[in-house]
Design a protein around this ligand. Structure first.
Ligand code: ADP
Ligand code: ADP
Length: 252
């Protein structure tokens, strides 16, 4: 069964020029993409830099609204088109479909403690006013431990941590709502080689433990070969091939 269906999706970015910053055209970052993500699979999304992978991932988590096309989510209330969701339904969706953002340095607000950063995804108004209840605090502590950090780190700010530790925080922030679908965008490419294998193992272990579906964006084929069941290949905003990982790597 599918978790998510992307139908004929197009995302344009405006191109602005001149003193008046007028829009003079657009970049077609995603150009008529169709893609089905099946429940439980790890689907790799590969392709050279600039081909539209991040844009497609951000459209899937609704961090941006597409120019045209549909994204259909198969949740416990049946299939829903994201374009038709109310604000409250969209908030619920953003708890179920989460993204691990690419850059561990810019993805975390430097003015928030790890406790605030990990409590925020619950979008609880009381949390927003600064009241974090003991149950939420316990969930944050447990999640920190699960990604290999200490619970007492929750009082500290992101700058106290290394790149690998920050990526663990990023991962914890994506998983704390127990999502069904996780979009991992180049989750290890900004890290030192020595840290990469640790984080990749963590990402694989967490999938086995929490049983979510992955859309795993990477330009690194060895990562994809190791982790993914199927692979979609993107080129110039389009998906040009979808195949099993075995077939991709067995090709003569
Ligand atoms: P990838 O993740 O495969 O590297 P992106 O989705 O980041 O690709 O980018 C796809 C295309 O859209 C590229 O040509 C990129 O320069 C352009 N692009 C990405 N983000 C923006 C933006 N915010 N404004 C304008 N153009 C953008
Ligand atoms: P706003 O509409 O005020 O921009 P959003 O609800 O779109 O607020 O989200 C704010 C930011 O939170 C987004 O720009 C994105 O970076 C991040 N975000 C949104 N959805 C998710 C998600 N599912 N997983 C992780 N981060 C998200």
């Amino acid at each position: 069964a599918p978790v998510l269906e992307v139908r004929d999706l197009t995302v344009h970015y405006p191109v602005k020029r001149g003193l008046l910053n007028r829009t003079v055209g657009h970049v077609r970052a995603v150009d008529g993409v169709g893609l089905t993500i099946a429940a439980g699979e790890t689907l790799g999304l590969v392709g050279e830099s600039g081909c539209g992978k991040t844009t497609l991932g951000r459209a899937v988590v609704r961090a941006l609204a597409p120019t045209s096309g549909q994204i259909v989510y198969h949740g416990d209330k049946g299939a829903v088109d994201l374009a038709g969701l109310s604000d409250s339904a969209l908030r619920a969706y953003r708890g179920q479909v989460r993204m691990i953002f690419q850059d561990p340095f810019s993805a975390l607000n430097p003015r928030m403690t790890l406790l605030q950063l990990l409590a925020e995804p619950f979008r609880n108004p009381a949390v927003r006013r600064g009241h974090i209840d003991s149950e939420t605090e316990q969930r944050v502590a447990d999640m920190l431990v699960r990604v290999g950090l200490r619970p007492e780190y929750m009082r500290r700010y992101p700058h106290a941590f290394s790149g690998g530790q920050r990526q663990r925080v990023n991962i914890a922030r994506a998983l704390i709502t127990r999502p069904r679908l996780v979009v991992a965008d180049e989750a290890v490419s900004a890290l030192d080689v020595s840290v990469r294998a640790q984080i990749l193992n963590l990402l694989a272990d967490l999938r086995d433990e929490y049983d979510f579906t992955y859309l795993f964006i990477s330009h690194d084929l060895s990562v994809v070969e190791h982790l993914c069941d199927r692979v979609a290949v993107m080129y110039l905003g389009r998906i040009v091939e979808t195949t099993t990982t075995d077939r991709l790597f067995d090709a003569p």
